[in-house]
Design a binder for this molecule. Structure first.
Ligand SMILES: *Cc1c(COP(=O)(O)O)cnc(C)c1O
Length: 467
């Protein structure tokens, strides 16, 4: 039906992401900001009294931020060149070595490398038999790569609102979303901050739900000294270029369940039996499969990156704690909170909530522009994932129309049922992010971030008239 295809595509084109669900609730708060002069500036080495860079003043910072990904030819290239010169490029010993190292790093029995984090989740869900008619609980505060795998398996995403203090799925809101069709939950350790796994596991156990951790942003993060990704039935990681362990593209599934991992392996290698070398022809295919193998040279890059992941993670944690302590004294700046049992975070991003009423009503967009102008890159982060056209596109597909009653595929009704007001506020009004590479800088770099925010706070009255 080409006409229908065209109209669906047109629909997607016409509905820009920002247009949907981006209705801002009028703020009910009054501007109760402390008068700027009531508290001392936190500035250390720059004058926050200078005019804001956005209004023509001198920026707080003009230096570059630490580059990402890190690549050191002296230490990183020997193995990679050996692999390239060997001509063995398809999956073989180096991939297995990387998998073993990754399993050891996170403390899982097994690890399987796949093409990316999205397909790690697709594979894990499929081998836990999450399929058509099943409902999967998921937070809306995440990357599309969490939700697309649910749809790829024909299942129905059900969104559970977040706790704005931690940015994570709110365990207190999970049980209200459970129905007889609920089969699994995907806790996402979003921004590299651990979700509340003890609370989530207790609920999953009570309702017999599978738990698939999306740890795509949370390499080496820990709860009670146990690495995230090892709490549920499966943990999924991404090694995409921006992630804390960067290969360009790749991902991994970890688990302690041998039968499950054998099936994942088969699935990632055409459905051929686990243990069979890649590329063997004519030996018999035992299950429905796909092909998701990474190359030997990707694994060689991963092994090089893995050597510095621990030290980088420590540095990010130290800088994040330092920066948090500095900026949380600024009115209207509310940094992330970690759960008490978190012993280490990954800090793929450093988030805070921006309360514009403390900044004389200065919009988040202008705040972000002003901060960027000071030499501090920043963003507002995710848009609301629980009301975008991709959902309706799946609901209108032939498979969904065969698998679900019409009522369940009513998009307007779906959006109403999946409304998540806390997430709306974080996405549409409050979240501000810094990227992980900035946390690989020095204490002086963190001081500059804090100074720049303080400077904007002090000059909010002059910036507020900008459009
Ligand atoms: C990056 C990411 C994914 C998908 O990983 P890819 O390797 O890009 O496919 C999934 N979930 C989250 C939370 C991510 O950040």
């Amino acid at each position: 039906m080409p006409a229908q295809h065209v109209s669906r595509r047109e629909f997607i084109k016409r509905n820009s992401l920002s247009g949907l669900g981006a209705v801002l609730a009028p703020s009910l708060l009054t501007h109760a900001a402390t008068a700027a002069t009531d508290r001392p500036a936190i500035a250390t080495s720059h004058s926050v009294a200078e005019p804001p860079a956005l209004l023509g003043g001198k920026p707080i910072r003009s230096k570059e931020w630490p580059a990402w990904p890190v690549w050191k030819p002296e230490t990183d290239e020997k193995r990679l060149l050996e692999v390239i010169r060997s001509g063995v490029w398809s999956r073989a010993g180096v991939v297995t070595e990387f998998e073993n190292e990754w399993a050891r790093t996170v403390g899982a029995k097994r690890s399987l490398a796949v093409v990316n984090g999205t397909n790690a989740l697709i594979t894990a869900l499929a081998q836990l038999d999450i399929r058509g008619g099943d409902e999967v609980l998921v937070p809306p505060y995440t990357f599309i790569g969490t939700v697309a795998p649910i749809l790829a398996n024909g299942a129905m995403p059900v969104f559970v609102d977040i706790d704005p203090a931690t940015f994570q799925i709110d365990p207190a809101k999970i049980e209200a979303k459970i129905t007889p069709r609920t089969r699994a939950i995907i806790p996402v350790h979003i921004l590299g901050l651990p979700a509340d796994m003890p609370a989530i596991l207790a609920i999953a156990k009570k309702h017999k739900l599978a738990v698939i951790e999306d740890a795509c942003q949370a390499h080496m993060a820990e709860i009670n000294h146990q690495k995230v990704g090892t709490f549920g039935d499966a943990g999924c990681f991404s090694f995409q270029n921006s992630k804390n362990l960067a290969i360009g593209e790749a991902g991994a599934i970890v688990s302690n369940n041998d039968l499950f991992m054998d099936r994942c392996f088969s699935y990632h290698n055409y459905g051929n039996p686990y243990g069979m070398a890649s590329g063997v022809i004519g030996a018999g295919t035992i299950m429905q499969g796909n092909k998701q193998r990474i190359t030997e040279y990707q694994a060689a890059i991963g092994l090089a990156q893995l050597k510095r992941l621990d030290a980088e993670t420590t540095l990010r944690n130290e800088n994040a704690a330092y920066l948090k302590a500095k900026i949380e004294t600024i009115p209207g700046v509310v940094p992330y909170k970690l759960y008490d049992h978190v012993t280490r975070a990954a800090f793929h991003l450093f988030p805070f909530r921006y309360k514009k009423d403390a900044f004389k009503g200065l919009s988040r967009d202008i705040f972000l522009k002003a901060l960027s102008a000071e030499g501090i890159p920043c963003s507002k982060g995710y848009a609301t994932l629980n009301n975008m056209p991709y959902l309706n596109d799946a609901f209108q597909s032939k498979n969904y129309r065969k698998m679900y009653p019409k009522k369940q595929l009513d998009f307007n009704q779906y959006v109403t049922q999946n409304h998540c007001p806390e997430n709306d506020r974080i996405c549409n009004e409050e979240a501000v992010w810094f990227t992980q590479n900035m946390l690989l800088g020095t204490r002086a770099d963190m001081d500059e971030i804090a100074d720049a925010i303080e400077k904007i706070y002090r000059h909010a009255d002059k910036l507020v008239s900008l459009k």
